[in-house]
Design a protein around this ligand. Sequence first.
Ligand SMILES: NC(=O)c1ccc[n+]([C@@H]2O[C@H](COP(=O)([O-])OP(=O)(O)OC[C@H]3O[C@@H](n4cnc5c(N)ncnc54)[C@H](OP(=O)(O)O)[C@@H]3O)[C@@H](O)[C@H]2O)c1
Length: 328
Amino acid sequence: MLVAQYLLGSTVSNQICTSSISKLAMSGSVIKNVAVVGASGSVGRFVVKALLEENFQVTGVTRETSKATLPEGVRHVKTDYSAASLQEAFKGQDAVVGAIGSITPGEALTLQKPLIDAAIAAGVKVFFPSEYGIDTSDHASKDYIPFLVDKIETLDYIKTKQDKISWTAIVSGGMFDWGLDIPGFGGLNIPAGTATIFDGGNIPYEATTLAQVGRAIAKSLKKPELTKNQYVYVNSFTVTQNQVLAAIEKASGKKFKTSESTVEELFSGGAEQWKSGNPMGVLAMIAGAVYGKGGLAQFSTKQGLWNEKLGLPQEDLNEVVKAYLARK
Ligand SMILES: NC(=O)c1ccc[n+]([C@@H]2O[C@H](COP(=O)([O-])OP(=O)(O)OC[C@H]3O[C@@H](n4cnc5c(N)ncnc54)[C@H](OP(=O)(O)O)[C@@H]3O)[C@@H](O)[C@H]2O)c1
């Protein structure tokens, strides 16, 4: 905004503008080349799309075994995750965005430490750990969702290295369209036309579309000084279960069959499955946390949103639901 004003203003302003841009460039703050690890995953695909839309040079990093195909305009690099191969993959990159995923602790998300080490060795300026969900700055979050321990340890690790590489952690709450895609997730089963409403369905929670998460990352990379070493809180909207159901019924023209339960039952049912060895139990634990278990639901009031600072577009629940159902 200021830069635009300068560009339109006087010669003096133009000089100020030119000097502030070159200062930014000199301080190494301009991000051009971005590598996305896990570029073909549920989140990674949207990150790549948003980065291309913002004119970054994008490299998609996948495992050697990966069958991923990446969009036109994206350089595809495969890695065996050895230090040497990761370092080679990150050579010439200004930023690395982690988008690897796992619902099991001790698996893919622990690979982020070698990613960080290789990024530092390759001279990368900023690393985005694979977050995009519950606020892990609240360390109690791992008591509710087991794999968050790996995310917390990644952040703890990179904070010890922040004199060598900076980090940005995107907190986006429940992934809205990702959740709608899983029949029964959070009590909502669109194909079956059923919904379980928890604790009356009026608890506000944060929800963010995959596209908005991608944009939040791309916009954060456009403002590296602002987002440096920060938890960046974004959403598409703060909603309640009843509002989401009403939007779906309106857009589909279908009346859903509803039943009632509690967030506690949702969460503890998932936790029991998890303890008895069924990893999918974690999905009910995640939904329980999204709906408020552990006080993890609503960061927009507690932490404040970055949407405006980043220049993220405002999203409308009814429009998003209508577009989502039209795609199905
Ligand atoms: N808040 C929410 O509701 C929500 C929902 C979904 C995801 N998320 C978060 O978003 C992030 C990305 O999740 P996602 O669902 O997009 O993940 P995903 O699709 O399950 O996986 C993304 C990529 O990770 C790589 N990967 C998976 N397992 C791996 C392993 N063992 N070793 C190395 N690479 C592996 C794969 O890349 P290649 O095979 O191409 O190498 C895969 O394409 C995670 O932090 C997740 O917790 C949040």
